[in-house]
Write a protein that binds this ligand. Structure first.
Ligand SMILES: *Cc1c(COP(=O)(O)O)cnc(C)c1O
Length: 404
């Protein structure tokens, strides 16, 4: 007899740090776009673990690669070579057109590693006086939860009472190239930015922004660091979101879907000498680049391409966006998205978005509210037209529902 939902929730609350407030569903199984709770109810997953499960839950080919590798060799540390690292490098470089790779585990670690690397590059290549490097970031950014990163967050919840923080960051508005130009000094080493601000509520910058950003960075010898941890690997309908504007970052950060949700795998990719400044002993991670992670990531990248998931994200994303725009409800302030990274922003008078997410849960859809009034929608990239239409019916009936 399995434990009751009430018991599981109470036990979590008793022992766990209360740093999350999950929707009240206890999941026990997943397959493709679907997940099941402990009572056997099925849901369409419209969050995909914040885009980490882009390839769909428990993808059989990633699973097979993981099981096969786990039976052979899981961890060597980087004190020795392992036979999965070289092919992982080769394949991720071929996929993304990068020249150098630094494997890490979580997304936040990739961001931290990029910050360390661009600072070092600034001192050793650009010639910035030691200890003076500046990195420009955007307001409402989300780059993870480590101390270095939360120090330059503008969300009081994220950084409140966690200081003191590291200096060396300048914050400018997102989507404003003039503000970037004004913030640049001779000591600026990098501009760290998300192509689309995910946690901020799927904020898409004005078109042409990244073209201008690229030009400013090149003209001022500044490394453009694109945090594609959420937007990357097909989520927006292209392999990398930078391709929507035909630009190339100097440093690209990947995580989340890099493992298809099986294992924490992240990477810093660079197409120049930034990663070349790291010498033996100057950076590392016990688990970074381990054979299990490499085998899982190789399979996760392979199925993404072989099974046409990137093209499907573009196709189904457009269908989903059109369908959401067709919903006539006076609760909806704006619908926006690119590929399968979508959001419905509600008018404040419509009440908290969480209420709508709970109503959607009742109808068999799991979606997540963000910033009070926005429902974010990001299903696995394997979603079909029929499943999109099925979801749209439920979004329509929920968004037109009267909660008052
Ligand atoms: C999720 C996310 C991160 C942090 O990744 P973790 O694996 O949670 O550390 C960083 N940047 C962006 C844009 C993200 O969406």
């Amino acid at each position: 007899m399995s434990r009751s939902v009430i018991d599981l929730l109470a036990t979590e609350a008793r022992f766990g740090a209360q740093n999350y407030q999950p929707i009240g569903v206890v999941l026990t199984r997943g397959e493709g776009v679907w997940v099941w709770d402990t009572e056997g109810k099925r849901y369409l997953d419209c969050l995909s673990a914040y885009s980490a499960v882009s390839q769909g839950h428990c993808h059989p080919k990633i699973l097979a690669a993981m099981v096969e590798q786990a039976q052979r060799l899981t961890l060597t540390s980087r004190a020795f070579h392992n036979d999965q690292l070289a092919p992982f490098y080769e394949e991720i470089a071929a996929l993304t057109g990068s020249h150098k790779v630094l494997p890490m585990n979580s997304g936040a670690e990739a961001v931290e590693s990029a910050i360390k690397s661009v600072r070092k590059w600034g001192y050793e290549v650009k010639g910035v006086p030691d200890g003076q490097a500046e990195i420009i970031v955007c307001a409402n950014n989300f780059h993870g939860r480590t101390l270095g990163i939360v120090g330059f967050s503008t969300d009081p919840e994220t950084h409140g009472h966690f200081g003191p923080f590291a200096p060396g960051f300048r914050i400018i508005p997102f989507g404003d190239a003039t503000a970037l130009e004004a913030a640049i000094t001779p000591n600026t080493v990098a501009f760290l930015v998300e192509p689309i601000q995910g946690e901020a509520g799927v904020i898409i910058p004005p078109s042409g922004y990244f073209t201008e950003v690229r030009e400013l960075c090149t003209a001022n010898k500044i490394m453009l660091v694109l945090d594609e941890i959420q937007t990357g690997l097909g989520r927006t309908g292209k392999l990398l979101a930078e391709q929507h504007e035909g630009i190339e970052a100097d440093v690209t950060l990947l995580g989340k879907a890099l493992s298809g949700g099986f294992y924490p795998v992240s990477a810093v990719l660079s197409n120049n000498d930034v990663l070349g400044t790291l010498r033996p002993g100057q950076h590392g991670s016990t688990f970074g680049g381990n054979p299990l992670a490499c085998a899982v990531a190789r399979a996760a990248m392979r199925v993404l391409v072989e099974e046409g998931m990137i093209e499907n994200a573009a196709l189904q994303g457009a269908r989903f966006l059109d369908g959401l725009k067709d919903i006539r409800a006076n609760t909806i302030r704006e619908v926006r998205g690119r590929g399968l990274m979508l959001a419905v922003e509600l008018y404040p008078e419509a009440g908290p978005a969480r209420r709508y997410c709970e109503a959607l849960q009742g109808k068999g859809i799991l979606a997540k509210d963000t910033h009070e009034h926005t429902i974010r929608i990001a299903p696995p990239l394997v979603i079909t037209s029929e499943q999109v239409d099925w979801a749209l019916e439920r979004f329509a009936s929920t968004l037109t529902q009267d909660f008052s």
